[in-house]
Design a protein around this ligand. Sequence first.
Ligand code: ARG
Ligand code: ZN
Length: 875
Amino acid sequence: TLIRLSDYQAPAWRVSRVELTFDLGIDATEVTSRLQLACDPTGPAPLRLDGEGLTLLDIQLDGQPLPESAWRYQDNVLEVDGARDGSVLETRVRVTPAANTALEGLYLSGSRETGFLLTQCEAEGFRHITFFLDRPDVLASYTVTLRADRERFPVLLAGGNPDGHGELDDGRHWARFVDPHPKPSYLFALVAGRLQKIERDYVTGSGRPLQLVIWAEADAIRHCGYAMDALERAMRWDEQAYGREYDLDVFHVVATHDFNMGAMENKGLNIFNAKYLLADPDSSTDEEYRAVEAVVAHEYFHNWSGNRVTCRDWFQLSLKEGLTVFREQQFSADMNSPALKRIEDVALLRRAQFPEDAGPLAHPVRPAQYSEINNFYTATVYEKGSELVRMVAGRLGRDGFRRGMDQYFSRHDGQAATLEDFLGALGDANGIDLGAYLAWYAQAGTPRLTARGRYDAAHRTYTLTLSQHTAPTPGQPHKRALPIPVKLALFDPRGRMVPLHLAGNGADAGASERVLVVDKAEQSFVFEQVEAAPVPSLLRGFSAPVILECDYAPADLALLLRHDPDGFNRWEAGQQLAARAYDNLREGNSSAALDAWCEALSALFGDTSVDAALLADLLTPPGEIELSERERQVNPSHVHALRQQLQEHLALRIGRETLEQRYTALAAHTSLELDAASQARRRLKRRVLELLARIDPWAAHGLATLQYDNAPNMTDRLGALAVLVRGDAPQAHAALAHFRERYADNPLAMDKWFSVQALLPGAVVLERVRQLESDPAFTLKNPNRVNSLFGAWARSNPDGFHRPDGSGYQLLAERLRQLDALNPQVSARLATAFNGWQRLEPTRHAAARSAIAALAAHPGLSRNLTEIVQSMLQG
Ligand code: ARG
Ligand code: ZN
């Protein structure tokens, strides 16, 4: 059954107050709920509450036990007769946390002996805990009392401010929490068990003292310091950038190894996948440190963009997620390098979102319908959603956007809002109608923007013609033109930006950069007083989430690669050039682009003024998934081989000795420090080693072995290990055995041990995946472990997954079936690794189809997995 946006109706019943009492136990937890109901006076509607898998023990209405004839519990709905406006409904139910392998609702993390209890409610987990109007537009204030055995569950936490605790009989104790801010049920959370903490006092900008507490299991608590620092930075930043302060007396954060997603912004009690909270140099890479900072900030920022102003319904998910990703991106740019952050984010968009938009799972940022909402926590809703906010923010400018956000937060505080509300508030605060941007939220697919330039020497004019086209996506055969902001500059042949004089537009005349908005199928713009044929730098900073096609000559791109001061576009020019070089290699054509790319990069390689981290990114060609998008029929092994060749050419041009010298110079600086310069050196060092491995594996493996043995941190250790493993070096075996032993007790490090092997190129990986599955450390019950092996293999190793005989598809389909019985959210997400199968070359295409069809035909699949495989086959 499909839920449709167009069917939205305001709730007939609301809950103003919730009182919950939990008698916690691992095998059985009893939940007593007291709901203060309010009824919409416009019409009597039956009271229907959501509830899944609950054993109802007791039910009372307005203090009276309800006869069995007055209620019905079937098909996950509890219907109650006789409720009125102001009624109080009390229920007592039993749930079984230890049996909950779906990790939704109340579940156990870790072992029965030492693990702890926790909840995950977004999107619809609360109905697995108690009966409720489990939808985001029902906001209530919560009072939560937890009761449990003191020895087994010494720490009891729920969202809100603490409101007393004490002893009970039989070694039990209790704690109460009151949340003064009305919230939807998906933001409810509790945690109970043996946890350690670190604490920090914090005083808000307006002078209110509060306490930050991070909780983790005993062996992990010493890895929480970095997250605490990041949290403090995020809180300070939100005060300064958006004027937003935290609003409770205490902010709890908890780490768990058993979590379906990255983290969750529960009010006052954020819960994190340990992967995004724990960090220490011995087991975390530099990338992981940055991810911890970003996710800690993301969840904290939700306190305003998501919690204080929440979503009316799940179709508006991007209202909180796109906006919060955007806020996190701004924060991370401020904390680190803006250009590197932009490169990283756009690379992610292209790797994860563009393929989504181009395949059978394509959906608008605001989907029109869904069967299972958990399938819509996608790169489109998050990453493309952030790009849409970025376009609007760019349109309003810094001060205008802040004015608009102030308006949005104050107008909708305490409400469940829509994307119309968001654009309305931003527009109203600036006297602008932003309604045209709604089309971006409603239309799936990535627009292609084609640019053609024509220079007229006689009139010294340059005419830029921009046209847009979006290909059909499933269910959306006809596409309309969208407003596309194109930030641009023009370069003269010597690589200097020229002043812009746009015909018929005096504003900003003479500026060197401006934004043109293309909102028709085709538009032309004429620039005057242009002395020579210019090279345009388009979509600077990636000003819109589109695919740009421009008839650049290789020399034009090389000029931008050398001279564009926009760090993003400089990198972009290199990516375009590399993509052209890839096309050349595939077609065996003349290699003007390949020459230009290698030439420009080897020049930059010798230029010590180029930032080392940017250089590392410049030296990295587009990934295999991105390159596959250039093929009409994809042969992933072929793409892999061509990309390797591309790197080989580059390495040869730079030269073996130059690479080795640079590596040695970088290795001499090895340190434990996390500052930008140290991180940049490590990033470049790894890249240089990888390039060297393309042309002199023997030397590279020798250096990698030394690096592995002497690495003072995980970045260097894992980087070296990856070079050894992927190069099939004789030293790989010993290094893997050493790593396995050294990190046997560290789950996050062990995940990397699985991943690095799942990325083995070629046919051999299949045997390796099967071996790894039978390693005692492997389990289908832990989402991180599943993703570290099967996710890495099926998603990040196209050559190793797409075996021509279909063996990869069969193995994945088989595991998906087993996994689905345990955890539908994780199986459905992993199944999206089949995305793009329609464009595979005929042999693989047929093999993929039959594996997906066989999976789809299996009876008893979850709604989650069913929706994904059905769309996969229909799209
Ligand atoms: N709201 C969380 C975030 O910060 C994601 C939680 C999604 N969980 C789920 N089961 N769909 O992005
Ligand atoms: Zn989020």
